[in-house]
Design a protein around this ligand. Structure first.
Ligand code: WTA
Length: 635
């Protein structure tokens, strides 16, 4: 990263306000003394995690907590369990079958509640149905569904049988979906007729139909026919009706006995180079770590109502909408729709209506809602709230304070959780009983040791920006990249033998970590990771384009927005019309989140002698910063 940007950041680092949690929150917290517990967790990591793991149920205990052969980890070796057993059956056995697992709401206020017992019945029926289609342990099934109980049931039905699910965010378009279905060699796709957004029905099934055309690996498409139009019947025997599959297969479905390291799911995420990586998570370590981080960071107690506003299509949805809340046995709200429709107070209306205690969202959403003014949240009774979470990108002190004052009314704590698809669960955060520093994520979670280092892995002094690294394995770490083992190894070998998340950060004298942003060329648009390469490849699909380079530009609300530099074919005239066409191409291939908002037509792109595009130079020029070292620049 160039000098100028570093200097600007270092000015930023001076912010050092400390805010203490209210007494009631500290008194109620599972863990009141972070420092003591942290010390213990580091001194004997294995004892620490085995104590946590004993809070859950196992068909057979593990022989060894950790087997670590850098960079490969096995946790709870030879332990046998099934995450759905801990998420559902265990609670029913303990008399909580009639407790609500999810309250689903849409933008219009339509509501649907499902108890733990009903959810298990649905999952078992669907799992029986998947079995009847010939699907079995180890197969991959892609899920392209709206944020809904049906999507959650689909994920759990897979997990029940040991089928590896690969959820694809329903906002992605055909190209992104195809790459993921093909790479995972999914035997089936579970989808819905449409998803609801801003009062409209956005079709999903037609996208799936186009996508699987020519993909021989897809044998079945299971369709949740939301308006009961009989769409599966009309489309031949490749298509199966989701609801009928459930109705026809009601009955018990015992959980598959899963070995601790049996794969649970793949979730694709973007990097700088190449196609997205299929991040592989396995059963037990993921279960234990997500369960425990949610319990401690959100201080979950049995009576809590919890709402995570993410979508199941991202890791936040997997870990903290689906698995961790269920394994903790609590009641969650889920919503299908956007935070500003039908009005920008809709989230607060639902917090009030459902008496939400723990609310987990992204800085982008906070910054967007902030713009509508303080009067909007002021209209609602938000006194049920206790813990406010933030995830996905750095939360700037201004947004932090707005959240703290206007939503939390200074009675709540904010937990700013830093983590990644690859880490499975929270890695850096403050816990509710610990003092907060606005704009700083906080401290490492239990069992995690981090450092801020230079490229060679040497530790940097406090308040200096460098690479954030994790020094040790943890239970929910990614186990591999699907079909690309060399990309997995890279994470653990680029900076000494540490795990390198490719984020920049600094640490202060008190050990609080401030996350600065990505060190690589990944763009974070509204907290969603977008790979520069993916967008560039989509742009050049336009017949008039020869080459493209994209960068992230700071955006007040979304964190970053995408700007593209495009070289046109000889003789093609630049025009606004063409810009719109290019945007349309990207929308069709990747989806609306990847659209470059700005497009500039250029004659040349800065490249290294080896032909790599120097996005750093483009960014520096765009933002009026010093360009830095140009010795490798060709022209
Ligand atoms: C960024 C999302 C600052 C970071 C859970 C990371 C954050 C990337 C925070 C992972 C946070 C996530 N503060 N930055 N609290 N949380 N990030 O895989 O750059 O979609 O590497 O996982 O988001 O994005 P991913």
């Amino acid at each position: 990263m160039d000098k100028k940007k570093l200097e600007n950041l270092e000015v930023h680092l001076k912010v050092d306000e400390k805010i203490y949690p209210p007494k009631e929150i500290v008194e109620r917290a599972w863990i009141k003394d972070y420092e003591t517990v942290y010390k213990k967790s580091i001194e004997d990591r294995e004892v620490f995690w085995s104590e946590v793991a004993k809070e859950l149920e196992w068909f057979e205990p593990w022989d060894k907590v950790l087997e670590w052969e850098h960079p490969y980890a096995k946790w709870f070796v030879n332990g046998k369990t099934n995450i759905t057993y801990n998420a559902l059956d265990r609670h029913i056995k303990n008399g909580k079958g009639d407790k609500i697992a999810y309250i689903y709401v849409d933008e219009e206020g339509n509501e649907e509640k499902i108890t733990y017992k009903e959810l298990l019945e649905k999952v078992e029926a669907l799992a029986n149905g998947l079995k009847s289609l010939g699907l079995k342990k180890g197969d991959r099934v892609s899920i392209y569904m709206p944020n809904s109980i049906e999507a959650i049931a689909s994920m759990l039905a897979c997990a029940r049988l040991g089928i590896i699910h690969s959820v694809v965010f329903a906002g992605f378009s055909e190209g992104a979906l195809r790459m993921r279905i093909e790479d995972a060699q999914a035997r089936a796709v579970i989808t819905a007729t449409y998803t609801k957004r801003r009062g409209k029905k956005i079709p999903l099934l037609p996208t799936v139909e186009k996508t699987i055309d020519g993909l021989d690996n897809v044998e079945k498409v299971i369709v949740w026919d939301r308006d009961k139009e009989g769409v599966a019947k009309d489309r031949g025997n490749k298509f199966v009706d989701f609801n009928s599959l459930i109705e026809e297969n009601r009955g018990n479905c015992p959980p598959e006995i899963m070995n601790a390291e049996d794969p649970l799911f793949i979730l694709y995420t973007s990097g700088t180079t190449g196609k997205p990586k299929g991040v592989l998570h396995t059963t037990s370590g993921y279960m234990v770590y997500t369960y425990y981080t949610a319990k401690i960071v959100f201080d979950l107690h049995d009576e809590d109502i919890y709402w995570c506003t993410a979508d199941i299509g991202w890791i936040t949805g997997h870990s903290y909408i689906v698995y961790a809340p269920l394994v903790n046995g609590i009641t969650s709200v889920i919503m299908e729709g956007v935070p500003t429709y039908p009005h920008p107070g809709i989230w607060w209306e639902y917090v009030d209506k459902y008496k939400v205690n723990v609310f987990y969202t992204a800085p982008t959403a906070i910054r967007m809602l902030m713009k509508y003014g303080d009067e909007i949240p002021a209209k609602y009774d938000l006194s049920s709230l206790r813990i406010l979470g933030s995830v996905g990108e750095p939360i700037n002190p201004e947004a932090w304070h707005w959240y703290y004052e206007n939503i939390g009314r200074k009675r709540c704590v904010i937990v700013d959780t830093w983590w990644q698809t690859e880490t499975g669960g929270h890695i850096i955060t403050t816990i509710p009983s610990y003092p907060m520093k606005p704009g700083k994520a906080g401290k490492p979670f239990f069992g995690i040791e981090v450092a801020i280092v230079d490229k060679n892995g040497e530790e940097l002094p406090p308040n200096t920006v460098g690479y954030l690294v994790i020094k040790n394995p943890w239970p929910s770490m990614m186990r591999n990249c699907w079909g690309q083992p060399e990309r997995y190894k890279k994470y653990w070998t680029e900076i000494k033998n540490y795990y390198n998340p490719d984020d920049l950060a600094s640490i202060d004298e008190e050990g609080y970590i401030m996350i600065v942003g990505r060190a690589d060329d990944v763009i974070s648009v509204a907290g969603h990771r977008i790979g520069t390469m993916e967008v560039e490849s989509a742009i050049v699909e336009h017949p008039d384009v020869v080459e493209a380079a994209v960068i992230g530009k700071p955006d007040e609300v979304k964190g970053e927005r995408i700007k593209a530099f495009v070289i046109l074919k000889e003789g093609v005239k630049p025009s606004d019309e063409l810009k719109k066409e290019i945007q349309k191409t990207v929308r069709e291939i990747l989806g609306p989140i990847a659209i470059p908002e700005e497009i500039e037509f250029v004659e040349k792109l800065p490249k290294t002698r080896s032909g790599k595009i120097m996005r750093r130079v483009l960014r520096a020029k765009e933002l009026g910063m010093e360009i830095g070292d140009l010795s490798t620049l060709d022209d």
